[in-house]
Design a binder for this molecule. Structure first.
Ligand code: HEC
Ligand code: HEC
Length: 439
């Protein structure tokens, strides 16, 4: 090859490189403009704020957040890594997914970083002793996080309990008689104005002095725990809790239905934000009263679903609204936690641990995948009980229940039919799901 040809071929390869670069750039634009990795942008703080009511797409339409601050400011302490491992609150509670985080997004974050994003930490691996040195090893070590969106919580079985733990079967080999593993979905940090004082799925971070102090306790414990930091200052904690309490999030738009706050209906986050604080006694959902017998059949269906939610009784004479009774939000006004069989042996997927508990007095046996409230109080009757959570913006944050065992809202309703004595026709189930999707 003479000089000239070398130069030409260099030019060619430069052109090729440029063309390749351009293609990459187009891909990058496509990737970063797509809704799922908007996530990555928010978490990396490219944006300073989100306008109120900005709709984020989800499988059932679009949800949005309304902050009493006038916009959702993305620069406060909630968005800063407070500890040593790069995690912040927004690593796990992201705005686009109703301030929770879904398995599909976790998989995206994994693919974009080969599993080195700070959300992937051996604290939440299937077993913290698993190899995480290569992408393939990380894919295996974080399979619970990636496939179900559940984080590893738990701890020692509570001492001096009414029950004793007598057997453990953990497919991941980490739980044992001295160590419970509890797989938990990220709870949304929203709608606290109409919420209860119960903090966490098992109420483990609740405090007697009320919701505000419970939320402070949660933030403080997260920083020394999941963020592996030193204790935060009271100013940092106060900023985080003030931010959380400014947020209302709800479904805003459903295809074929339109805005959920139109034509007399009161769905969407802004309406919720204006509603009164949690009352002393519960009340019915009335968001869609104006759509009863509406000429648009999809609107009429949502209104029918609301009536089923409020009035349809199960074998124990309970209604959905009887437990989910903070009006138009769905937490429990009396701060009651319930056992709805989500941690039961019958509902166990085979990648979950199974615990056998024995009542120290009666000798009775219970098998559960999570001790729930029972490991906080030590009471036999609290085993398998969980917080009655907010039901707003559900479509933005599948899968459902503390352990994510219900992939869709239809699966949620089927769980109630199978395990809690609700008998619904196909039409009633479809109506109820249309209502849940519009929350
Ligand atoms: C590593 C992921 C992760 C990070 C980081 C994280 N959370 Fe959470 N958060 C969770 C999970 C999982 C739960 C449910 C835990 C449970 O109930 O056992 C939760 C629950 C909560 C709850 C309870 C909500 C309710 O309705 O009871 C609040 C409040 C909360 N987080 C706030 C925060 C704050 C504030 C921060 C930052 C200081 C934070 N979280 C950081 C994963 C995370
Ligand atoms: C006995 C009280 C009770 C009744 C009745 C009840 N729920 Fe629930 N609901 C709960 C509790 C407690 C949870 C959380 C359980 C868990 O995650 O393990 C829950 C969770 C849910 C969730 C999942 C929320 C999330 O964030 O994952 C939905 C949706 C729901 N309920 C809808 C309904 C509907 C619809 C009905 C009526 C068919 C109903 N509930 C009846 C107590 C109840």
């Amino acid at each position: 090859m003479n000089e000239r040809r070398i130069v030409v071929s260099r030019r060619r390869s430069t052109r090729l490189l440029l063309a390749f670069g351009a293609i990459l750039a187009v891909f990058a634009v496509l990737i970063f403009a797509s809704p799922s990795s908007f996530v990555a942008q928010v978490s990396s703080m490219d944006q300073q704020s989100l306008p109120n009511n900005l709709p984020h797409p989800n499988p059932g339409g679009k949800a949005a957040t309304f902050s009493t601050d006038g916009e959702v400011n993305l620069t406060g302490e909630y968005f800063q890594a407070q500890g040593t491992n790069g995690r912040s609150c927004v690593s796990c509670h992201i705005p686009e997914e109703a301030w929770s985080i879904n398995p599909g997004t976790l998989q995206d974050l994994f693919d974009q970083t080969g599993g080195t994003h700070p959300v992937f930490n051996t604290l939440d691996a299937n077993n913290p002793e698993m190899d995480v040195s290569t992408p393939a090893a990380r894919l295996a070590a974080y399979s619970m996080l990636l496939s179900r969106g559940v984080f590893r919580r738990g701890g020692q079985p509570r001492a001096n309990s009414e029950w004793e733990l007598i057997a453990v079967d953990d497919p991941h080999g980490w739980a044992n008689l001295g160590r419970l593993v509890h797989w938990r979905r990220v709870m949304p940090t929203i709608n606290f104005k109409q919420g209860s004082t119960t903090v966490n799925w098992d109420g483990g971070n609740s405090v007697a002095t009320g919701q505000e102090d419970g939320l402070k306790n949660q933030a403080a414990r997260n920083i020394t725990g999941a963020q592996q930091g030193l204790p935060a200052t009271p100013e940092v904690i106060a900023d985080i809790v003030r931010f959380e309490k400014s947020l209302s999030t709800a479904q805003l738009i459903v295809p074929g239905v339109g805005r959920l706050d139109s034509d007399g209906a009161r769905g969407g986050p802004e309406e919720l934000s204006k509603m009164p604080e949690t009352p002393i006694t519960g009340g019915r959902f009335d968001l869609f009263d104006a759509w009863i017998n509406h000429s648009n059949p999809r609107r009429a269906q949502i209104a029918r679903g609301q009536e089923i939610f409020n009035n349809k009784r199960n074998a124990n004479n309970r209604t959905c609204n009887g437990c989910h009774n903070s009006p138009n939000n769905g937490t429990n006004v009396g701060n009651a936690l319930f056992d709805i069989q989500t941690a039961s042996f019958d509902a166990r997927p085979d990648d979950f641990p199974l615990y056998t508990f024995r009542n120290r007095t009666t000798g009775e046996i219970r098998q559960l995948t999570d001790a729930g409230r029972g490991n906080i109080t030590g009471l036999w009757s609290d085993l398998g009980k969980f917080k009655t959570p907010t039901l707003r913006a559900l479509s933005a944050r599948a899968p459902y229940f503390h352990n994510g065992i219900a992939p869709t809202l239809t699966d949620v309703v089927l769980h109630y039919e199978k395990h809690l004595g609700f008998a619904l026709t196909d039409q009633e189930r479809a109506d109820l799901v249309a209502f849940l999707n519009a929350l």
